[in-house]
Design a protein around this ligand. Structure first.
Ligand code: HEC
Length: 161
């Protein structure tokens, strides 16, 4: 008899989960403005790791080579997320030129994604040296700066999306 009390809740859960899954396909309805990805798989220690490389013009210049070789085909030369490969693969990428796109994420998180990949984002792995990974973080951040400089809005009053 007690077995039934275990099985019943399990069946109930399955019954509840099924229709919930079927309601998902509208996920991509906001294709022009992707919400960004799920960062929950990134280890806390990696997310907290401080960027050891200052975002100097030299660092940005070093990263430019890798950006053009390994990133621009998806993320776009200027970071708007509209590279040819992204179009071919029907990926919807965040727009790095929008300062809001990465503001909630740490350098450690971005480094981790660049190094290890994430979803359809391929890992750089051993192709790049550790320092070059941080250069790329600086580079990605620099794509947004231009816009925020022209808008010159104070950050403090910004609402989280
Ligand atoms: C094959 C296409 C592709 C290439 C090449 C690529 N990316 Fe990505 N990138 C993605 C996708 C797709 C995501 C979103 C991943 C997810 O949702 O799990 C992403 C996510 C990111 C993110 C996190 C942004 C966010 O959405 O929060 C960063 C930072 C990033 N990429 C940087 C880079 C850099 C730097 C390179 C080059 C070294 C690169 N990417 C190469 C497809 C690509």
């Amino acid at each position: 008899m007690y077995r039934l009390t275990l099985v019943l809740p399990a069946l109930l859960l399955i019954a509840l989960a099924l229709p919930a899954q079927q309601q998902q396909p509208s996920q991509n309805s906001t294709a022009t403005a992707p919400k960004g990805m799920d960062y929950s798989a990134i280890p806390v220690a990696a997310a907290k790791e401080p960027n050891p490389v200052k975002a100097t013009p030299e660092s940005i210049a070093r990263a430019k080579k890798w950006w053009t070789l390994d990133c621009a085909m998806c993320h776009g030369e200027n970071g708007n997320g509209k590279g040819d490969t992204a179009k071919d693969m029907k990926l919807s990428l965040v727009d790095f030129t929008d300062p809001a796109s990465l503001k909630d994420h740490t350098d450690g998180e971005l480094f981790y994604i660049i190094k290890n990949g994430h979803g359809d984002m391929p890992p750089e792995g051993d192709r790049i040296k550790t320092e070059e990974g941080w250069d790329l973080v600086n580079y990605v951040r620099s794509l947004a700066k231009k816009k925020s400089e022209t808008e010159a809005k104070p950050d403090s009053g910004a609402k989280p999306q």
